[in-house]
Design a protein around this ligand. Structure first.
Ligand code: BGP
Length: 473
Protein backbone atom coordinates (compact mmCIF):
# COMPACT_ATOMS: atom_id res chain seq x y z
CA UNK A 1 0.00 0.00 0.00
CA UNK A 2 1.29 3.49 -0.78
CA UNK A 3 1.28 5.87 2.15
CA UNK A 4 1.57 9.64 2.32
CA UNK A 5 4.17 9.77 5.09
CA UNK A 6 6.68 7.60 6.90
CA UNK A 7 7.51 7.77 10.59
CA UNK A 8 11.18 8.06 11.58
CA UNK A 9 12.86 5.24 13.51
CA UNK A 10 12.10 5.48 17.23
CA UNK A 11 14.71 6.62 19.72
CA UNK A 12 16.52 3.64 21.22
CA UNK A 13 16.18 1.50 18.07
CA UNK A 14 18.99 -1.05 18.27
CA UNK A 15 21.17 -0.64 15.20
CA UNK A 16 23.31 -3.74 15.32
CA UNK A 17 25.41 -6.30 13.54
CA UNK A 18 25.89 -10.02 14.11
CA UNK A 19 28.32 -12.90 14.05
CA UNK A 20 28.40 -16.39 15.52
CA UNK A 21 31.13 -18.12 17.50
CA UNK A 22 32.29 -20.88 15.14
CA UNK A 23 32.21 -18.50 12.18
CA UNK A 24 34.19 -15.66 13.80
CA UNK A 25 36.23 -16.80 16.78
CA UNK A 26 38.69 -19.40 15.55
CA UNK A 27 40.81 -20.79 18.41
CA UNK A 28 38.87 -23.98 17.75
CA UNK A 29 41.03 -26.10 20.03
CA UNK A 30 42.39 -23.51 22.44
CA UNK A 31 41.97 -22.87 26.15
CA UNK A 32 40.05 -26.06 26.86
CA UNK A 33 37.29 -25.75 24.25
CA UNK A 34 35.56 -29.07 23.54
CA UNK A 35 34.43 -30.33 20.14
CA UNK A 36 31.09 -29.35 18.67
CA UNK A 37 29.27 -30.96 15.76
CA UNK A 38 30.51 -28.08 13.64
CA UNK A 39 34.09 -29.10 14.42
CA UNK A 40 33.72 -32.78 13.71
CA UNK A 41 30.98 -33.25 11.16
CA UNK A 42 30.42 -30.10 9.18
CA UNK A 43 33.72 -28.48 8.52
CA UNK A 44 35.52 -29.92 5.55
CA UNK A 45 39.16 -28.72 5.77
CA UNK A 46 39.47 -28.97 2.00
CA UNK A 47 37.00 -26.07 1.67
CA UNK A 48 38.66 -23.60 4.02
CA UNK A 49 40.65 -23.20 7.20
CA UNK A 50 37.94 -23.25 9.88
CA UNK A 51 40.21 -23.43 12.89
CA UNK A 52 41.26 -19.80 12.75
CA UNK A 53 38.10 -18.31 11.24
CA UNK A 54 38.45 -14.51 11.65
CA UNK A 55 40.57 -14.89 14.77
CA UNK A 56 38.02 -12.87 16.76
CA UNK A 57 38.99 -14.86 19.88
CA UNK A 58 42.38 -13.15 19.91
CA UNK A 59 41.41 -9.85 18.30
CA UNK A 60 38.09 -9.12 19.99
CA UNK A 61 39.31 -5.87 21.55
CA UNK A 62 40.31 -4.53 18.16
CA UNK A 63 36.97 -5.69 16.74
CA UNK A 64 34.96 -4.05 19.51
CA UNK A 65 36.96 -0.83 18.97
CA UNK A 66 35.79 -0.91 15.33
CA UNK A 67 32.20 -1.50 16.45
CA UNK A 68 32.50 1.50 18.73
CA UNK A 69 33.92 3.63 15.92
CA UNK A 70 30.99 2.57 13.76
CA UNK A 71 28.56 3.62 16.51
CA UNK A 72 26.91 0.20 16.79
CA UNK A 73 24.15 0.13 19.40
CA UNK A 74 24.05 -3.66 19.60
CA UNK A 75 26.28 -6.62 18.83
CA UNK A 76 24.65 -10.01 18.42
CA UNK A 77 27.05 -12.92 18.91
CA UNK A 78 26.84 -16.48 20.13
CA UNK A 79 28.52 -18.29 22.97
CA UNK A 80 30.25 -21.52 22.02
CA UNK A 81 28.64 -24.06 24.36
CA UNK A 82 31.82 -26.17 24.33
CA UNK A 83 33.99 -23.29 25.56
CA UNK A 84 31.83 -23.21 28.70
CA UNK A 85 31.12 -26.95 29.06
CA UNK A 86 33.64 -28.80 26.85
CA UNK A 87 31.59 -31.99 27.07
CA UNK A 88 28.23 -30.21 26.95
CA UNK A 89 27.61 -30.92 30.64
CA UNK A 90 29.75 -31.59 33.72
CA UNK A 91 32.88 -29.53 34.38
CA UNK A 92 32.95 -25.82 33.62
CA UNK A 93 35.93 -24.49 31.63
CA UNK A 94 36.93 -21.29 33.41
CA UNK A 95 39.01 -19.97 30.51
CA UNK A 96 35.97 -20.06 28.26
CA UNK A 97 33.89 -18.29 30.91
CA UNK A 98 36.58 -15.62 31.21
CA UNK A 99 36.67 -15.00 27.46
CA UNK A 100 32.99 -14.07 27.29
CA UNK A 101 33.26 -12.01 30.49
CA UNK A 102 35.99 -9.97 28.85
CA UNK A 103 34.10 -9.62 25.57
CA UNK A 104 30.90 -8.53 27.33
CA UNK A 105 32.79 -6.04 29.53
CA UNK A 106 34.44 -4.59 26.47
CA UNK A 107 31.06 -4.16 24.76
CA UNK A 108 29.41 -2.60 27.78
CA UNK A 109 32.33 -0.17 28.15
CA UNK A 110 31.80 0.79 24.49
CA UNK A 111 28.07 1.37 25.11
CA UNK A 112 27.11 -1.53 22.87
CA UNK A 113 24.19 -3.71 23.95
CA UNK A 114 25.14 -7.40 23.87
CA UNK A 115 22.55 -9.72 22.32
CA UNK A 116 23.61 -13.29 23.05
CA UNK A 117 22.65 -16.43 21.17
CA UNK A 118 22.82 -19.37 23.55
CA UNK A 119 23.09 -22.03 20.84
CA UNK A 120 24.04 -21.26 17.24
CA UNK A 121 24.56 -24.63 15.46
CA UNK A 122 27.44 -25.64 17.77
CA UNK A 123 25.97 -28.60 19.58
CA UNK A 124 28.49 -30.36 21.84
CA UNK A 125 29.81 -33.58 20.34
CA UNK A 126 30.13 -34.83 23.92
CA UNK A 127 26.35 -34.97 24.27
CA UNK A 128 25.99 -36.84 20.98
CA UNK A 129 28.52 -39.39 22.26
CA UNK A 130 26.88 -39.67 25.70
CA UNK A 131 23.27 -40.22 24.62
CA UNK A 132 22.61 -39.10 21.04
CA UNK A 133 22.08 -35.42 21.78
CA UNK A 134 18.75 -33.79 20.89
CA UNK A 135 17.18 -37.18 20.17
CA UNK A 136 17.17 -37.98 23.88
CA UNK A 137 15.14 -36.15 26.55
CA UNK A 138 18.29 -35.72 28.67
CA UNK A 139 19.29 -33.04 26.16
CA UNK A 140 16.58 -30.79 27.58
CA UNK A 141 18.10 -30.63 31.05
CA UNK A 142 21.63 -30.19 29.73
CA UNK A 143 20.56 -27.26 27.56
CA UNK A 144 18.67 -25.65 30.45
CA UNK A 145 21.61 -26.20 32.78
CA UNK A 146 23.97 -24.54 30.27
CA UNK A 147 21.57 -21.65 29.61
CA UNK A 148 20.99 -21.10 33.34
CA UNK A 149 24.74 -20.98 33.89
CA UNK A 150 24.97 -18.23 31.26
CA UNK A 151 22.09 -16.30 32.86
CA UNK A 152 23.76 -16.47 36.28
CA UNK A 153 27.20 -15.58 34.95
CA UNK A 154 26.45 -12.87 32.41
CA UNK A 155 22.87 -11.83 33.21
CA UNK A 156 23.97 -8.77 35.16
CA UNK A 157 25.18 -7.27 31.84
CA UNK A 158 23.31 -9.21 29.14
CA UNK A 159 19.58 -8.49 28.96
CA UNK A 160 18.79 -9.83 25.46
CA UNK A 161 19.01 -13.59 24.95
CA UNK A 162 18.27 -15.85 21.97
CA UNK A 163 17.40 -19.47 22.72
CA UNK A 164 18.20 -21.31 19.47
CA UNK A 165 19.46 -19.98 16.15
CA UNK A 166 17.50 -21.23 13.14
CA UNK A 167 16.00 -24.28 14.75
CA UNK A 168 13.85 -24.57 11.62
CA UNK A 169 17.03 -25.16 9.57
CA UNK A 170 18.89 -27.24 12.14
CA UNK A 171 16.21 -29.92 12.19
CA UNK A 172 16.47 -30.36 8.42
CA UNK A 173 20.25 -30.78 8.44
CA UNK A 174 21.23 -34.16 9.87
CA UNK A 175 24.86 -33.17 10.47
CA UNK A 176 23.81 -30.32 12.74
CA UNK A 177 22.13 -32.75 15.12
CA UNK A 178 24.98 -35.22 15.02
CA UNK A 179 23.68 -37.60 12.34
CA UNK A 180 25.29 -38.60 9.08
CA UNK A 181 23.41 -37.69 5.94
CA UNK A 182 21.35 -40.77 5.27
CA UNK A 183 17.88 -42.04 4.50
CA UNK A 184 15.74 -38.91 4.33
CA UNK A 185 12.81 -40.57 6.05
CA UNK A 186 14.95 -41.57 9.01
CA UNK A 187 16.70 -38.24 9.34
CA UNK A 188 13.44 -36.25 9.05
CA UNK A 189 11.85 -38.30 11.81
CA UNK A 190 14.91 -37.64 13.96
CA UNK A 191 14.91 -33.97 13.01
CA UNK A 192 11.33 -33.43 14.12
CA UNK A 193 12.01 -35.25 17.39
CA UNK A 194 14.96 -32.92 17.92
CA UNK A 195 12.64 -30.03 17.09
CA UNK A 196 10.21 -31.07 19.81
CA UNK A 197 12.93 -31.44 22.42
CA UNK A 198 14.42 -28.07 21.49
CA UNK A 199 11.02 -26.42 21.96
CA UNK A 200 10.63 -27.96 25.42
CA UNK A 201 14.19 -26.91 26.28
CA UNK A 202 13.57 -23.36 25.01
CA UNK A 203 10.42 -23.03 27.12
CA UNK A 204 12.37 -24.09 30.22
CA UNK A 205 15.18 -21.68 29.37
CA UNK A 206 12.67 -18.85 28.97
CA UNK A 207 11.36 -19.61 32.47
CA UNK A 208 14.91 -19.70 33.85
CA UNK A 209 15.85 -16.43 32.16
CA UNK A 210 12.81 -14.68 33.59
CA UNK A 211 13.66 -16.00 37.02
CA UNK A 212 17.40 -15.32 37.02
CA UNK A 213 18.00 -12.26 34.82
CA UNK A 214 16.56 -9.06 36.17
CA UNK A 215 14.89 -7.29 33.25
CA UNK A 216 15.96 -10.11 30.92
CA UNK A 217 14.24 -10.60 27.57
CA UNK A 218 14.49 -13.81 25.60
CA UNK A 219 13.19 -15.24 22.34
CA UNK A 220 13.95 -17.65 19.50
CA UNK A 221 15.87 -16.62 16.36
CA UNK A 222 14.26 -18.40 13.43
CA UNK A 223 14.98 -18.17 9.72
CA UNK A 224 11.95 -16.82 7.94
CA UNK A 225 11.99 -16.62 4.14
CA UNK A 226 9.11 -14.83 2.51
CA UNK A 227 7.12 -17.25 0.35
CA UNK A 228 4.80 -16.68 -2.58
CA UNK A 229 2.58 -18.91 -4.69
CA UNK A 230 4.04 -19.04 -8.22
CA UNK A 231 0.69 -18.48 -9.93
CA UNK A 232 -2.92 -17.65 -9.25
CA UNK A 233 -3.92 -21.29 -9.70
CA UNK A 234 -5.89 -22.16 -6.54
CA UNK A 235 -3.75 -25.26 -5.92
CA UNK A 236 -0.58 -23.11 -5.93
CA UNK A 237 -2.23 -20.80 -3.40
CA UNK A 238 -2.94 -23.77 -1.16
CA UNK A 239 0.58 -25.14 -1.61
CA UNK A 240 1.82 -21.73 -0.43
CA UNK A 241 -0.37 -21.93 2.68
CA UNK A 242 0.92 -25.46 3.38
CA UNK A 243 4.53 -24.39 2.87
CA UNK A 244 4.07 -21.48 5.27
CA UNK A 245 2.65 -23.83 7.92
CA UNK A 246 5.21 -26.60 7.64
CA UNK A 247 8.31 -24.59 6.75
CA UNK A 248 7.86 -21.17 8.32
CA UNK A 249 5.39 -21.14 11.18
CA UNK A 250 5.89 -24.46 12.89
CA UNK A 251 8.68 -23.57 15.32
CA UNK A 252 7.19 -20.21 16.31
CA UNK A 253 3.73 -21.75 16.68
CA UNK A 254 5.24 -24.08 19.27
CA UNK A 255 7.37 -21.40 20.94
CA UNK A 256 4.68 -18.73 21.10
CA UNK A 257 1.33 -20.55 20.99
CA UNK A 258 2.43 -23.86 22.49
CA UNK A 259 0.89 -25.87 19.66
CA UNK A 260 1.58 -27.87 16.53
CA UNK A 261 -0.45 -26.10 13.85
CA UNK A 262 -2.98 -28.48 12.25
CA UNK A 263 -1.29 -28.73 8.85
CA UNK A 264 2.13 -29.42 10.36
CA UNK A 265 0.71 -32.05 12.72
CA UNK A 266 -1.08 -33.87 9.89
CA UNK A 267 2.03 -33.60 7.71
CA UNK A 268 4.09 -35.32 10.45
CA UNK A 269 1.44 -37.94 11.26
CA UNK A 270 0.96 -38.98 7.61
CA UNK A 271 4.70 -39.57 7.24
CA UNK A 272 5.21 -41.31 10.59
CA UNK A 273 7.34 -38.41 11.85
CA UNK A 274 5.21 -37.16 14.75
CA UNK A 275 7.31 -37.22 17.94
CA UNK A 276 5.96 -38.40 21.25
CA UNK A 277 4.59 -35.54 23.30
CA UNK A 278 5.14 -36.05 27.01
CA UNK A 279 2.47 -34.88 29.46
CA UNK A 280 2.99 -31.22 30.24
CA UNK A 281 5.18 -30.39 27.22
CA UNK A 282 2.70 -28.19 25.41
CA UNK A 283 1.47 -26.60 28.64
CA UNK A 284 5.06 -25.70 29.46
CA UNK A 285 5.47 -23.94 26.11
CA UNK A 286 2.14 -22.14 26.50
CA UNK A 287 3.11 -20.94 29.97
CA UNK A 288 6.56 -19.67 28.95
CA UNK A 289 6.25 -17.44 25.94
CA UNK A 290 9.13 -15.51 24.46
CA UNK A 291 9.31 -11.75 24.94
CA UNK A 292 9.98 -11.10 21.25
CA UNK A 293 10.34 -12.87 17.95
CA UNK A 294 13.83 -12.61 16.45
CA UNK A 295 14.36 -13.70 12.87
CA UNK A 296 16.95 -13.97 10.14
CA UNK A 297 15.92 -12.84 6.69
CA UNK A 298 17.87 -13.13 3.46
CA UNK A 299 15.56 -13.99 0.58
CA UNK A 300 12.17 -15.13 -0.60
CA UNK A 301 11.03 -18.35 -2.23
CA UNK A 302 8.20 -19.16 -4.58
CA UNK A 303 6.31 -22.43 -4.40
CA UNK A 304 3.98 -24.47 -6.59
CA UNK A 305 1.74 -27.38 -5.84
CA UNK A 306 3.58 -30.69 -6.26
CA UNK A 307 1.23 -33.68 -6.38
CA UNK A 308 2.55 -37.15 -5.67
CA UNK A 309 2.73 -39.70 -8.49
CA UNK A 310 4.41 -43.05 -9.09
CA UNK A 311 7.83 -41.46 -9.21
CA UNK A 312 7.41 -38.83 -6.51
CA UNK A 313 6.06 -40.37 -3.36
CA UNK A 314 5.04 -38.74 -0.11
CA UNK A 315 8.01 -38.14 2.18
CA UNK A 316 10.59 -38.42 -0.60
CA UNK A 317 11.99 -34.98 -0.04
CA UNK A 318 14.76 -33.62 -2.24
CA UNK A 319 17.06 -30.74 -1.31
CA UNK A 320 20.60 -30.71 -0.07
CA UNK A 321 19.98 -28.48 2.92
CA UNK A 322 16.31 -27.60 3.02
CA UNK A 323 13.53 -29.37 1.16
CA UNK A 324 13.22 -27.94 -2.33
CA UNK A 325 10.68 -30.50 -3.41
CA UNK A 326 8.31 -32.18 -1.01
CA UNK A 327 5.92 -34.46 -2.92
CA UNK A 328 2.29 -34.00 -1.95
CA UNK A 329 3.01 -30.51 -0.64
CA UNK A 330 5.12 -28.06 -2.70
CA UNK A 331 8.20 -27.47 -4.75
CA UNK A 332 10.36 -24.36 -4.85
CA UNK A 333 10.40 -22.59 -8.21
CA UNK A 334 12.73 -19.84 -9.45
CA UNK A 335 11.18 -16.37 -9.28
CA UNK A 336 11.89 -14.65 -12.60
CA UNK A 337 10.98 -11.25 -11.12
CA UNK A 338 13.88 -11.13 -8.70
CA UNK A 339 17.65 -10.84 -8.98
CA UNK A 340 19.69 -13.30 -6.99
CA UNK A 341 23.06 -13.35 -5.25
CA UNK A 342 25.93 -15.40 -6.70
CA UNK A 343 24.59 -18.27 -4.61
CA UNK A 344 21.07 -17.99 -6.03
CA UNK A 345 19.43 -16.38 -3.00
CA UNK A 346 16.61 -14.27 -4.43
CA UNK A 347 16.88 -10.69 -3.23
CA UNK A 348 13.55 -9.33 -2.05
CA UNK A 349 13.19 -6.37 0.28
CA UNK A 350 9.45 -6.17 -0.39
CA UNK A 351 9.28 -9.72 0.94
CA UNK A 352 10.88 -8.55 4.17
CA UNK A 353 8.12 -5.99 4.65
CA UNK A 354 5.65 -8.83 4.20
CA UNK A 355 7.44 -11.06 6.71
CA UNK A 356 7.44 -8.30 9.36
CA UNK A 357 3.70 -7.82 8.97
CA UNK A 358 2.95 -11.56 8.91
CA UNK A 359 4.98 -12.19 12.08
CA UNK A 360 3.32 -9.33 13.94
CA UNK A 361 -0.16 -10.38 12.79
CA UNK A 362 0.36 -13.98 13.88
CA UNK A 363 2.35 -13.61 17.10
CA UNK A 364 1.76 -10.09 18.43
CA UNK A 365 5.29 -9.85 19.82
CA UNK A 366 7.87 -7.17 19.06
CA UNK A 367 10.35 -8.10 16.36
CA UNK A 368 14.12 -8.14 16.23
CA UNK A 369 16.04 -8.86 13.04
CA UNK A 370 19.10 -10.86 14.03
CA UNK A 371 20.48 -11.43 10.53
CA UNK A 372 20.01 -9.78 7.15
CA UNK A 373 22.81 -9.32 4.68
CA UNK A 374 24.37 -9.69 1.27
CA UNK A 375 26.98 -12.35 0.58
CA UNK A 376 29.50 -11.61 -2.16
CA UNK A 377 32.98 -12.48 -3.43
CA UNK A 378 35.39 -9.66 -2.68
CA UNK A 379 39.12 -8.98 -2.88
CA UNK A 380 41.15 -6.23 -1.28
CA UNK A 381 41.88 -3.40 -3.74
CA UNK A 382 45.14 -1.47 -3.66
CA UNK A 383 43.66 1.45 -1.76
CA UNK A 384 42.44 -0.95 0.95
CA UNK A 385 38.74 -0.16 0.65
CA UNK A 386 36.27 -2.63 -0.84
CA UNK A 387 33.55 -0.62 -2.64
CA UNK A 388 30.62 -2.81 -1.68
CA UNK A 389 27.85 -0.76 -3.28
CA UNK A 390 25.70 -3.86 -3.84
CA UNK A 391 25.73 -4.52 -0.10
CA UNK A 392 24.83 -0.90 0.65
CA UNK A 393 21.95 -1.11 -1.81
CA UNK A 394 20.74 -4.41 -0.34
CA UNK A 395 20.87 -3.23 3.27
CA UNK A 396 19.39 0.16 2.49
CA UNK A 397 16.38 -1.42 0.78
CA UNK A 398 15.87 -3.97 3.54
CA UNK A 399 16.11 -1.42 6.35
CA UNK A 400 13.57 0.73 4.54
CA UNK A 401 11.28 -2.30 4.34
CA UNK A 402 11.51 -2.57 8.13
CA UNK A 403 10.63 1.10 8.39
CA UNK A 404 7.60 0.64 6.12
CA UNK A 405 6.36 -2.18 8.31
CA UNK A 406 6.82 0.00 11.40
CA UNK A 407 4.83 2.68 9.62
CA UNK A 408 1.80 0.38 9.63
CA UNK A 409 2.18 -0.53 13.28
CA UNK A 410 4.74 -3.35 13.57
CA UNK A 411 6.80 -2.83 16.75
CA UNK A 412 10.55 -3.35 16.38
CA UNK A 413 13.43 -3.70 18.83
CA UNK A 414 16.21 -3.43 16.29
CA UNK A 415 17.99 -4.54 13.15
CA UNK A 416 21.24 -6.53 13.20
CA UNK A 417 22.99 -6.80 9.85
CA UNK A 418 24.81 -9.98 8.98
CA UNK A 419 27.69 -9.71 9.51
CA UNK A 420 29.85 -7.22 11.36
CA UNK A 421 33.01 -8.44 9.69
CA UNK A 422 33.87 -11.13 7.17
CA UNK A 423 33.53 -14.52 8.79
CA UNK A 424 33.25 -18.10 7.61
CA UNK A 425 30.04 -18.73 5.74
CA UNK A 426 27.74 -21.47 6.97
CA UNK A 427 28.25 -23.46 3.78
CA UNK A 428 30.63 -21.63 1.46
CA UNK A 429 33.94 -21.09 3.22
CA UNK A 430 35.55 -17.67 3.47
CA UNK A 431 34.86 -16.69 -0.15
CA UNK A 432 31.30 -15.69 0.69
CA UNK A 433 31.77 -12.42 2.54
CA UNK A 434 29.06 -10.45 4.32
CA UNK A 435 30.99 -8.01 6.52
CA UNK A 436 31.25 -4.25 6.91
CA UNK A 437 34.88 -5.02 7.69
CA UNK A 438 37.13 -6.94 5.30
CA UNK A 439 39.24 -9.60 6.99
CA UNK A 440 42.44 -10.18 5.08
CA UNK A 441 42.65 -13.91 4.53
CA UNK A 442 41.73 -16.43 1.85
CA UNK A 443 40.38 -19.93 2.19
CA UNK A 444 43.72 -21.50 3.11
CA UNK A 445 46.16 -18.60 3.10
CA UNK A 446 45.56 -16.86 6.41
CA UNK A 447 47.69 -13.82 5.40
CA UNK A 448 47.73 -11.25 8.21
CA UNK A 449 44.00 -11.33 9.12
CA UNK A 450 44.14 -7.55 9.22
CA UNK A 451 40.84 -5.62 9.34
CA UNK A 452 39.95 -3.07 6.61
CA UNK A 453 36.80 -0.95 6.66
CA UNK A 454 34.68 -1.41 3.56
CA UNK A 455 32.64 1.41 2.01
CA UNK A 456 29.54 0.02 3.77
CA UNK A 457 31.22 0.65 7.14
CA UNK A 458 30.99 4.43 6.69
CA UNK A 459 27.53 4.12 5.17
CA UNK A 460 26.13 2.18 8.17
CA UNK A 461 27.96 4.50 10.56
CA UNK A 462 25.98 7.39 9.08
CA UNK A 463 22.69 5.49 9.13
CA UNK A 464 23.22 4.88 12.83
CA UNK A 465 24.35 8.43 13.60
CA UNK A 466 21.25 9.86 11.90
CA UNK A 467 18.95 7.17 13.36
CA UNK A 468 18.02 6.09 9.83
CA UNK A 469 17.41 9.55 8.36
CA UNK A 470 20.38 9.28 5.96
CA UNK A 471 18.61 6.40 4.17
CA UNK A 472 16.45 8.98 2.42
CA UNK A 473 19.33 11.15 1.17
C1 BGP B 1 22.15 -18.24 8.61
C2 BGP B 1 23.04 -18.59 9.77
C3 BGP B 1 24.33 -17.84 9.84
C4 BGP B 1 24.93 -17.52 8.49
C5 BGP B 1 23.90 -17.02 7.49
C6 BGP B 1 24.40 -16.87 6.09
O1 BGP B 1 21.51 -19.41 8.21
O2 BGP B 1 22.36 -18.36 10.99
O3 BGP B 1 25.18 -18.54 10.69
O4 BGP B 1 25.75 -18.50 8.03
O5 BGP B 1 22.77 -17.85 7.44
O6 BGP B 1 24.48 -18.13 5.48
P1 BGP B 1 25.71 -18.55 4.59
O7 BGP B 1 26.88 -18.29 5.44
O8 BGP B 1 25.51 -19.98 4.26
O9 BGP B 1 25.65 -17.67 3.40
Amino acid sequence: METTSIRPFPEGFLWGASTSAFQAEGAAHEDGKGLSVMDVRVQDPSITNYEVASDHYHRFREDVALMKEMGLKAYRFSIAWTRIFPEGNGEVNQKGVDFYNELIDELVAANITPIVTIYHFEYPQGLIDQYGGWLDRRSIDDYVNYASFLFRTYGDRVKYWLTVNEQDHVVHMPFRIGLQKGDVKVTKKAGFLANHNMCVAAAKAIAACHEIVEGGKIGPAVCFDMMYPTSNKPEDGLAWLDAMDIRNYYVLDMNVHGEYNGVFRKYLEDRGWMPEIYPGDMELMKANKPDFVAFNYYASKSVSAYPTDDEHKMGEIVGDLLPETDPGVFRVVKNENLKATLWGWEIDDVGLEGVCRILWDRYRLPLLITECGFGNKETLPEDGMVKDDDRIDYLSRHIKAVQRSMNVGVPFIGFCAWSFMDIISGHSGFSKRYGFVFVNRDEHDLKDLKRYKKKSFGWYQKVIATNGASLDE
